[in-house]
Design a protein around this ligand. Sequence first.
Ligand code: FES
Ligand SMILES: [Fe+2]
Length: 319
Amino acid sequence: MHAELLRYWYPIARSEDVRERPVAASLLETDLVLYRADHQIVVAVDRCPHRGMRLSLGQHRDGVLICPYHGLEFGQEGRCIHLPAHPRLAPSQQFKLATYPAVERYGLVWTCLGDSPAPFPELNSDWDDPAFRKVTPDPVPIAASAGRQVEGFIDVAHFAHVHTGTFADPANAAVPAYSVEVDEDGLRFDYCSTVSNYALGSGTTARDFVWRRSFEVRLPYLAHLTVHFPGGRLNILNGASPVASDRAVLFSPVCFDFEIGTDEAVKDFNARIFAEDRLMVENQQPRHLPLASGDASFAADLASVYYRRLLRQMGLSTA
Ligand code: FES
Ligand SMILES: [Fe+2]
């Protein structure tokens, strides 16, 4: 994958899924192991420097990661501190494990594989406001590139065709004009329409209400949407973590300041919407965004046209 992608921060797990026991994750064709030690999460490459064993199958004891094959022990900075076959020998630098920084934000664990990390993406202050309830749905594996998934998330012309089982009205397909602003981190736009965000069949409606959806993209693969409801705000973080050029994992925590229902109901509604999107995203050809050659576009695709342009300007030929 393109080296330029290495400097960005990506989510690799939900905070709640990372406990003392080592777990595996994948990012940019790199297998990772992560575990929670004291008050810090350790992220390292999931490959023992001795014989390539997956360390995520090993154990963690008091901040030390132990390989299941020959018992090499690694400290939190990746240094090998014990080699059981030669207990009196101080293990050489050859046995050092590459580690990466870990940041816990928005209910997720983020890491960066590059040597000079880009600034960490700061989102709006609702995420730090205790008045906003947070729900973090299960991560969803996507058989398409991260770019495809993000483009689908900022697409405003598909609601009436794809989300007819969850919130959209098939008769309301026309897309009002909107404009896109570009800044050094990506793009943002407000999309105002009469497409309601209430669950179909919930009995809740807002007649004549104009729904404002404020979208943001932080390059390369982080998007954020604030839906302005009649009684509050719903924020959706759409973090597409690039596993490989044709695979991603979607993390989609939400926070809101009005009554929606139980956590399980929020997760269920969210899962049904993303399942509708996933069917589209996983069946587009090719599996990545073709940045060099152009697909045909219409005016409602403005956000996607800008997004593809910005990815191209990063030096990517596919995304
Ligand atoms: S493969 Fe890990 S200790 Fe040998
Ligand atoms: Fe969608």
